[in-house]
Design a protein around this ligand. Structure first.
Ligand code: 3HC
Length: 285
């Protein structure tokens, strides 16, 4: 199955990175969000990020023009009617997903696959709200999606083998390394990584070391590319918190309960880099 024109729903952090990764692989992308100004801000962020990456030698010369030329933006869902794949990265809220999937079902051709990048909701439940349950699948990218090689491919209970094969193939075709994972809370990476960030937050809460020193310890002692708090701030504390709540409620295991400091930061709206403040302050950087 060839996918040439791909819609990315949601122009947040993940939508941005996924659109960038697809555009870099030569796919035509339509980035959708509910407001044109959100889409425009993200398109500008991609262009700025690419200019910086070119400057630093992290992207080849000409990458900015090539990639931005492959990505269009819209706030009109009907504009997605001729895409041959949808990757959905909307907020982790089932009511909002239900609304989006209802509209998509009506607009898209019946054979179009919808891949969800959800990291905390049930893909089987998402599939069940559509009229194309066999064509719904998890395609879980990692932040920053234009850099990280892994894609977890997670079939719902209803997903057909044809859909699984198509998404595994596409993941390789865009230069990523897919790993097929059965559905379970947190899949593989978040099941391991998010409790790690949570444990760091408990250690901070207990006053064993400062956030800076905990980060330093995990970088120098465990070879993590970034410390747990820098990572949590990059992922977004709302996302980390949603993953922890899913792990906790789905398993009933208290070891996954979110650390109080994470709940408090989320309640304050200090969600990490995207809001300028999380465990660390980014307002002056
Ligand atoms: N192309 C474009 N931009 C690049 C790039 C590339 N090849 N490589 C790095 N960059 C960007 C980074 O995004 C960053 O952007 P910023 O300036 O806006 O902060 C900047 O360049 C800095 O990068 P560096 O030059 O310092 O590159 P590093 O060598 O430090 O690598 C990193 C950055 C790849 C993010 C590395 O630190 C890393 O691997 N960190 C761990 C990331 C991780 O664990 N991600 C998974 C999170 S879990 C998740 O996403 C799941 C979800 O469901 C919660």
């Amino acid at each position: 199955m060839e996918f040439n024109k791909i819609a990315v729903i949601g122009a947040g952090t993940m939508g941005m990175g996924i659109a960038w990764a697809l555009g870099a692989a030569g796919k035509k992308v339509v980035l959708y969000d509910i407001k044109q100004e959100i889409v425009d801000t993200t398109l500008a962020r991609i262009a700025k990020g690419l200019a910086k990456a070119e400057e630093k030698g992290q992207a080849p010369a000409g990458a900015k023009d090539f990639i931005t030329g492959n990505i269009a933006g819209t706030a009109v869902m009907e504009d997605l009617k001729d895409v041959d794949l949808v990757i959905e990265t909307a907020v982790e809220n089932m009511a909002i997903k239900k609304d989006i999937y209802g509209k998509l079902d009506a607009i898209l051709a019946p054979e179009v696959i919808i891949a969800t990048n959800t990291s905390s909701l049930s893909i089987t439940e998402i599939a069940a709200i559509t009229k194309r349950a066999d064509k719904v699948i998890g395609m879980h990218f990692f932040n920053p999606a234009m850099v990280m090689a892994l894609i977890e491919v997670i079939p719902a209970l209803q997903t057909s083998q044809e859909t699984i094969d198509a998404i595994m193939e596409l993941s390789k075709a865009i230069g990523k390394k897919p790993v097929l994972v059965k559905e379970g809370p947190g899949f593989v990476v978040n099941r391991i990584l998010t409790p790690g960030m949570n444990e760091a937050a408990f250690i901070l809460y207990e006053g064993l070391a400062s956030a800076e020193d905990i980060d330093k310890a995990m970088k120098l002692g465990a070879g993590w590319p970034m410390g747990p708090f820098t990572l949590a701030d990059m992922v977004g504390l709302d996302i980390a918190s949603a993953v922890l709540n899913t792990l906790y409620t789905e398993t009933g295991d208290p070891k996954y309960r979110p650390a109080p400091i994470i709940k408090q930061l989320v309640r304050a709206g200090w969600l990490g880099r995207k809001t300028g403040r999380g465990f660390f302050d980014y307002s002056k950087k």
